[in-house]
Design a protein around this ligand. Structure first.
Ligand code: ZN
Length: 158
């Protein structure tokens, strides 16, 4: 029994490596770990495959890229100047899917925290976000280390 991994498991592991190695997500994982919270990664049996899952607390964390997930009011949630007929519906669909995923999880009794890529640049902020989430404290006022973008709901071009 030299190799106990089936082909299927192997490609599953490869996918996990590819999908799980982004800097922002690693930063959140490291902080969650330092806070002593035990988590699992990318539970595919849950809606949206949350990035970090805390089964004992029934809590799920997504680490979202500000552009792809259209972080409201964030300067990185910009709209490319060209091919807007392609980008607008695509980005709108992403945001819609995120809302559906959140609803599905919450309906099933999960609590969901979204941490945005721009927030992960401030590790103290991530620590506070996780701490409030786990201790069921009132959510923090949304803070954006990027400085934000004044006209929420509208698009800045990039
Ligand atoms: Zn952002």
């Amino acid at each position: 029994m030299a190799d106990r991994h089936t082909q299927e498991q192997r490609s599953h592991n490869m996918r996990r490596i590819r999908s799980g190695g982004t800097g922002p997500e690693l930063r959140v994982r490291r902080i969650a770990h330092a806070l002593g919270f035990r988590f699992r990664l990318h539970r595919k049996d849950l809606p949206g495959t949350p990035d970090l899952v805390f089964p004992r607390h029934r809590k799920a964390v997504f680490v979202h890229g500000c552009f792809w997930h259209q972080h409201p009011g964030c300067r990185y949630a910009c709209l490319p100047a060209t091919r807007q007929d392609y980008w607008l519906p695509k980005l709108a669909r992403n945001a819609e899917r995120d809302a559906d995923v959140r609803n599905a999880l919450e309906t099933d009794g999960w609590q969901v925290l979204e941490i945005w890529e721009c927030q992960t640049r401030d590790s103290e902020l991530v620590r506070q976000l996780l701490w409030h989430f786990f201790n069921a404290l009132p959510p923090l006022q949304p803070r954006m280390p990027c400085g934000g973008f004044p006209a929420a709901g509208s698009y800045k071009s990039c």
